[in-house]
Write a protein that binds this ligand. Structure first.
Ligand SMILES: [Ca+2]
Length: 142
């Protein structure tokens, strides 16, 4: 097991029509409990960056600080990280790539999620005519 004090998410938005979004997102960190139940440990909002985020073809970087309450990361089978769209019905977002980096308490960095070619059908969306679910798992490898 390792202890994570910071998580960095770097994602690019697909360069296709309507891929960009102004929605608010949260990060969800979960741990597998007995009975195959995923327990939500923490779900901070993505911070607001000083530029227009999630625009077509552009890359954004987000840093989440957990140094006050570090996360016990047991591995890809017992922990997972999701990204969830909170608001903005009808403002779907389609990434092109998503990478998740964990900074351990010893300052080592480990890759928690690597998705260099996010599926072209992998929209984040909500509402009655949603193009995809509002949440996707972004840890793990593809
Ligand atoms: Ca935007």
């Amino acid at each position: 097991m390792t202890t994570i004090k910071k998580i960095i998410v770097v994602h690019s938005t697909a360069n296709v029509k309507d891929a960009g979004s102004d929605a608010v997102f949260e990060l969800q960190i979960e741990r597998l409990q007995p009975g195959n139940v995923w327990e939500l440990l923490v779900n901070p909002n993505f911070p607001s960056l000083p530029h227009d985020e999630r625009e077509r073809g552009l890359t954004d970087l987000y840093s989440f600080d957990f140094s006050d309450h570090p996360i016990d990361w047991s591995g890809q089978t017992s922990n997972r990280i999701a990204m969830r769209m909170l608001t903005r019905e009808g403002d779907g977002w389609l990434p092109k790539s998503i990478f998740v980096i964990g900074i351990e308490s010893g300052r080592n960095a480990i890759v928690l999620g690597s998705h260099p070619a996010w599926p072209r059908t992998g929209w984040f969306d909500n509402g009655s005519d949603a193009l995809g679910p509002e949440a996707h798992i972004i840890s793990g490898f593809s």
